[in-house]
Write a protein that binds this ligand. Structure first.
Ligand SMILES: [Zn+2]
Ligand SMILES: [Zn+2]
Length: 577
C-alpha cells in the first residue's frame, strides 16, 4: 500500500476517488488538547475512521503512584468496524505510548509509522507480551503516500523535532486536505538526516489545505535562538574543559543528542558508558537504524568501567527529569552501586525540565554540588534546545500552508489560546479558527468548521498492568495517605446457638498517640459486638457483616479522634473442628 515515489510529480496526494461532500468530516481530539501528553486524534468520514497518534501522559504528584494516563478509547470502541488505520507522526511517548493498550483491542488495524517509531513500538509490544503481526506494523518514510481506505489518503512529510524520523501528516479527505503538523520545529543546521521538507509544505499550501492543525507547545516563545549545532558546540566545550569524568543526563528518546554527546566524548579520547534501561535500549535501536555511528570498542559496560581511568569516562544517563529510580538520582544520593560522585566530576543536564519536575531536579543538582562536583544545566549554560517550533516558526508554517481553517493542537489551554490569537491577529476570521478541547466533536465541510458536540472522556490510568478508573483509586490513595488505614479482621465460628468471634486490628499511618493497646481493644470490642448481635438476629451474611463492622469502626474513630482513615474489614468463617 505504501509507495515510495521518486519524482516530484507523482508525490502529490491524489484526490480520493470516493467523494461524498454531503457528509462533513468529524474530528475528535481524544487527548493532547488542553494538556501536554496523550495525544490522540480521531478523523472520521461517514463510513470510515483513522487515528493520528496514540500517546500517554505521565501523571504529576497528585496522582499518587499512578504510572501513566491513557486517552479514553470508548469512542473508537463503539465504532470499531470503521477504524481503518493508525497513523503515527513520531516515536515520543506522548504519541506512541498508548499503542500496546490500543493494539490489544484493535489488532486488526494497521499501524503506519516512521521506522524509528516502529522499532520503539515493537519494543513496547514485546514488553507487554503482545504477539503482533509483522504485516500490521508498516514503515513509512519521507513523502510516503498511503491509500488508507476509500475516503482517506495520507502523505508523510518530514520535519525536525527532538527525535529523528518525525513527520507531519497530510490527510486527503472527501472535504479536502487536513494537515496535522505533529510535533515539529525548523532547524536547518540540525544533524538529523531528514530536512524540514519546505517543498512539500509549500506545494500543499499552493494546492489548498482545508484545515491546519499545528503544534502549540512553544507559541509563547518569540524566536528560536538556538540550533542543535549550537548545543553541540557548547557541550563540546564543557566536555573538553572537564578535568575528570563527565556525566551527561538527557532524554533517552533524544537519540541524536545522545549520539552527538557520545561522538564528542570519543573525539576527545573518552570512552562511553550508558545508564538507564531506555537509554541502553534506544542506543541499540539507533545504532541499528544508523542514527548513531559509534564503534563498539568505544563503549564501556559496567564491568570494564571500573578498570578504566575515570578522567577518560563519559557516562550518558537517564534521569534528567529527576525520576527517583534513575541512575542520576541514585548517583546524586550516593546510592548507585558503581558510580560515586567525585569533586573532579562534571555533570551536565542537557534537557529542559518539564514543568512539575523542578523541585526534584533541583534536589539532584544540590546533592551533586554538595559533593563538590561541577554541575551545568539549562539556565546557566545553553546546553539544550526545544524540539518545538517557536512563534516565528509557527507563523512561517501558517503562511506557507495558508489553510482555510485552523485548529491549534498539542498544548495546555494557554498555549492553544495564544496560538488561536496569533492566527486571528494574522488575519484569519474568528469563525475559521477552532479553539477545541479534548472531547469536542468538530465538523469540517467545504465552507464550515465548527464544534458541534462534545463527548464525555474519562482519564484512564495504568497502575502496573491494571487499567481502570483513575478517580476512585486516587481518592482511596489520598484517604490512606492523609488519614491512614485501619484493617479489621475477624474469624467467626457458629456452632448451633453458640457464636464465637475472634477479632484483630491493625492500623497504619493513623495517629492514636500512646493509647494504641486500649484503643485496639475497644475496636475489637466493637467488632465482636456487631458480629455476634447480627448473626444472632439475622444469621450469617458476610457482606452485611463487613459493611456493619466498617461503619461501626468509622463512627467510633470519627467521634473519638475526628479522623476518617480508610477502614478495611475482612470477616471470615473459621472452620469448625
Ligand atoms: Zn514529540
Ligand atoms: Zn508531543
Amino acid at each position: 500500500m505504501i509507495q515510495e515515489n521518486k519524482t516530484q510529480k507523482e508525490k502529490r496526494p491524489r484526490k480520493p476517488a470516493y467523494k461524498n461532500r454531503e457528509f462533513p468530516i468529524k474530528i475528535i481530539p481524544l487527548g493532547g488538547l488542553g494538556e501536554i501528553g496523550k495525544n490522540m486524534m480521531v478523523i472520521e468520514s461517514q463510513k470510515e475512521m483513522v487515528i493520528i497518534d496514540c500517546g500517554i501522559m505521565f501523571p504529576d504528584e497528585e496522582f499518587l503512584g499512578i504510572d501513566l494516563i491513557l486517552p479514553d478509547f470508548s469512542y473508537i470502541r463503539a465504532k470499531k468496524e470503521k477504524l481503518k488505520a493508525i497513523l503515527i507522526t513520531h516515536g515520543h511517548e506522548d504519541h506512541i505510548g498508548g499503542i500496546p493498550f490500543l493494539y490489544k483491542e484493535f489488532s486488526h488495524v494497521p499501524i503506519y509509522a516512521p521506522k524509528l517509531a516502529i522499532e520503539l513500538i515493537k519494543g513496547k509490544l514485546n514488553e507487554h507480551r503482545i504477539v503482533y503481526e509483522q504485516d500490521n506494523l508498516r514503515v513509512i518514510g519521507s513523502r510516503s503516500l498511503v491509500k488508507v481506505s476509500k475516503d482517506f489518503e495520507a502523505e508523510f512529510i518530514s520535519v525536525n523535532h527532538s527525535i529523528p524520523d518525525s513527520f507531519s501528516i497530510a490527510l486527503s479527505t472527501p472535504q479536502g486536505v487536513i494537515l496535522h503538523t505533529g510535533d515539529f520545529k525548523i532547524d536547518n543546521e540540525g544533524n538529523d538526516q531528514h530536512i524540514f521538507d519546505f517543498f512539500r509544505f509549500s506545494a500543499l499550501g499552493e494546492k489548498g489545505v482545508q484545515l491546519l492543525m499545528s503544534d502549540s507547545t512553544n507559541v509563547e516563545r518569540r524566536f528560536m535562538d538556538m540550533t542543535e549545532k549550537d548545543v553541540s558546540e557548547n557541550l563540546k566545550k564543557l566536555i573538553k574543559d572537564a578535568p575528570g569524568r563527565v556525566i551527561v543526563a538527557t532524554f533517552a528518546s533524544n537519540i541524536l543528542r545522545v549520539g552527538e554527546v557520545a561522538k564528542l566524548g570519543i573525539e576527545m579520547g573518552k570512552k562511553v558508558a550508558l545508564f538507564g534501561r531506555n537509554m541502553e535500549g534506544n542506543f541499540e535501536i539507533a545504532k541499528k537504524l544508523g542514527y548513531i555511528n559509534v564503534d563498539d570498542a568505544n563503549i564501556l559496560n559496567s564491568k570494564n568501567l571500573k578498570s578504566y581511568p575515570e578522567d577518560k569516562q563519559l557516562l550518558i544517563t537517564t534521569g534528567s527529569q529527576g525520576e527517583p529510580m534513575s541512575a542520576l538520582s541514585l548517583i546524586s544520593q550516593g546510592l548507585h552501586k558503581s558510580i560515586k560522585i567525585r569533586p573532579e566530576d562534571t555533570v551536565i543536564l542537557s534537557a529542559s525540565v518539564i514543568p512539575g519536575n523542578e523541585k526534584v531536579v533541583s534536589k539532584i543538582i544540590n546533592n551533586i554540588v554538595l559533593q563538590g562536583a561541577e554541575v551545568y544545566y539549562q539556565g546557566i549554560k545553553q546546553i539544550h534546545v526545544s524540539g518545538h517550533a517557536t512563534r516565528d516558526q509557527l507563523q512561517f508554517m501558517l503562511r506557507m500552508i495558508k489553510p482555510k481553517f485552523f485548529m491549534p493542537v498539542h498544548g495546555e489551554p494557554r498555549h492553544l489560546m495564544h496560538h488561536s490569537d496569533m492566527v486571528m491577529k494574522l488575519g484569519w476570521p474568528d469563525k475559521n479558527v477552532i479553539l477545541a478541547r479534548n472531547g469536542n466533536v468538530i465538523e469540517l465541510s467545504q465552507d464550515k468548521a465548527e464544534i458541534v458536540d462534545n463527548i464525555l472522556l474519562n482519564s484512564v490510568f495504568v497502575d502496573g498492568t491494571m487499567v481502570g478508573d483513575v478517580n476512585k483509586l486516587i481518592r482511596e490513595r489520598k484517604t490512606m495517605s492523609e488519614d491512614g488505614v485501619i484493617i479489621a479482621i475477624a474469624g467467626v465460628r457458629v456452632l448451633g446457638d453458640e457464636i464465637e468471634c475472634i477479632p484483630d486490628v491493625i492500623s497504619k499511618g493513623f495517629f492514636i498517640g500512646n493509647d494504641l493497646k486500649s484503643i485496639q481493644e475497644e475496636v475489637k470490642g466493637i467488632i465482636s459486638r456487631v458480629v455476634i448481635e447480627y448473626i444472632h438476629n439475622k444469621g450469617l451474611d458476610y457482606n452485611a457483616l463487613n459493611n456493619l463492622v466498617k461503619k461501626g469502626i468509622e463512627r467510633y474513630v470519627q467521634s473519638k479522634f475526628h479522623q476518617n482513615p480508610m477502614v478495611i474489614t475482612r470477616i471470615v468463617e473459621i472452620e469448625s473442628q
